[in-house]
Design a protein around this ligand. Structure first.
Ligand code: PLP
Length: 385
């Protein structure tokens, strides 16, 4: 008899991302499923990390991260997010944005607490919630705008709800929460004393001039918000495992206690690389936006031409496509059929939904070089359901 895994593992929602990647590799297809973000990392960031290694900065750091990185982040939060924070007491560098999210849940919520997740959601959010013994509670945002409605938000709350997750720009919908929607969240969070956990990893990847607004910059939200940000997407360094949480000092201190237990510290030389990256001139961020907007437009035009109706994203580097009219029984069946026929992998919408609303959707990731995107679009144009 093999030793059984813990019950908390059995409760996790299995991911179709691995299945689609495996199937894609089996047939040698183009993987627009998983969001690897495999573009080149900027020289500034690479050179900063290499210099740190050569300078011997290879030992443990303080669990909250090295001062130059925390100071660079504080300056960036002021410049780009409208947030005034103290670099010494309010910033915790962690093992990726996902690490900061996990440390936040463990540090600030108790098993059995309810936490509201808006669907479509990012799968890691749900599974980290489940791993922590929290009760996920769902609010479905409906395409094509995924607008937040105040009455629906209030109706989704339960007596044990203690927190709400906001992901802006959102993976997978690309939705950016507007000032009016964040004001709704502020009103409801104030009234019900909720913690707001805001994942802003795609903050610099926004389109058509739609602004990214940090929830903590709205009204009185700063005192009850943990802003979670990172470098994986901004600098295309998903494998470096660097992210951070920003919160009021007492919250940051609790998060850092857990962060220390989970990671000891984030990788030392890579922290210096990220600090160097934050010195990039403003046109780096403009070019990043322009580059992804071009990719978004290539894939959306191609999906449209292939009859896979794109729900054009405002941010992040994913696009949901409506495939409901093809009549497949599930999104997984549709994604597998498209992969089989065209050699292009996507992710079934059911991976991002608890409700059946995801069965008519699939998600493509367009963080790929332009040639790969053009080839994928060409192949998709041959799709016949
Ligand atoms: N948060 C969201 C919403 C994501 O989509 C991703 C990656 O796909 C992450 C976090 C992962 O961030 P990190 O690499 O910093 O852990």
């Amino acid at each position: 008899m093999t030793f059984p895994a813990a019950n908390r593992i059995a409760n996790l929602k299995p991911s179709d991302i691995r299945l689609m990647t495996r199937e894609c590799e089996r047939i040698g297809g183009i993987n627009l499923g998983q969001g690897l973000g495999d573009l080149p990392a900027p020289a500034l960031v690479r050179d900063g990390a290499i210099k740190a290694i050569q300078d011997g900065l290879n030992t443990y750091t303080a669990s909250e991260g090295v001062p130059p990185l925390r100071q660079a982040i504080a300056a960036k939060l002021k410049r780009d997010n409208g947030l005034e924070v103290d670099a010494d007491t309010q910033i915790v560098i962690s093992g990726g944005t996902t690490g900061a999210f996990a440390a936040t849940l463990t540090a600030l919520l108790n098993p059995g607490d309810g936490i509201l997740l808006m669907e479509p959601y990012y799968g890691y959010h749900l599974n980290t919630i489940l791993l922590n013994g929290l009760e996920p509670q769902f609010l479905t945002l409906a395409p094509p705008t995924f607008a937040l409605d105040e009455a629906a938000l209030r109706a989704a709350l339960k007596p044990n709800t203690r927190a709400i997750v906001v992901c802006t720009p959102s993976n997978p919908s690309g939705k950016l929460f507007s000032a009016a929607e964040l004001a709704i969240i502020e009103r409801v969070a104030e009234q019900h004393n909720l913690l707001v956990i805001s994942d802003e990893i795609y903050e610099y990847i926004t389109y058509d001039g739609v602004p990214h607004i940090s929830p903590a910059s709205v009204g009185n939200l700063a005192k009850r918000t943990v802003s979670i940000m990172g470098f994986s997407k901004t600098f295309s360094i998903t494998g470096w495992r660097l992210g951070y949480a920003v919160a009021e000092p007492a919250l940051a201190q609790a998060i850092n206690l857990v962060n220390d237990l989970l990671y000891v510290c984030a990788p030392s030389p890579l922290q210096y690389g990220a600090a160097a990256g934050l010195q990039a001139p403003p046109d780096y961020f403009q070019q990043l936006r322009a580059q992804y907007q071009r990719k978004r437009d290539i894939i959306c035009a191609g999906l449209h031409a292939a009859g896979l109706t794109p729900l054009v994203p405002q941010g992040a580097y994913y696009v949901l496509a409506d495939i409901g009219h093809f009549g497949y029984p599930t999104a997984k069946a549709a994604a597998l059929a498209i992969l089989e026929q065209t050699g292009v992998a996507s992710i079934p919408g059911s991976s991002f939904y608890q409700s059946a609303a995801g069965e008519g959707l699939i998600r493509f990731c367009f963080a790929k070089d332009d040639a790969t995107l053009h080839e994928a679009v060409k192949r998709l144009s041959n799709f016949h359901p």
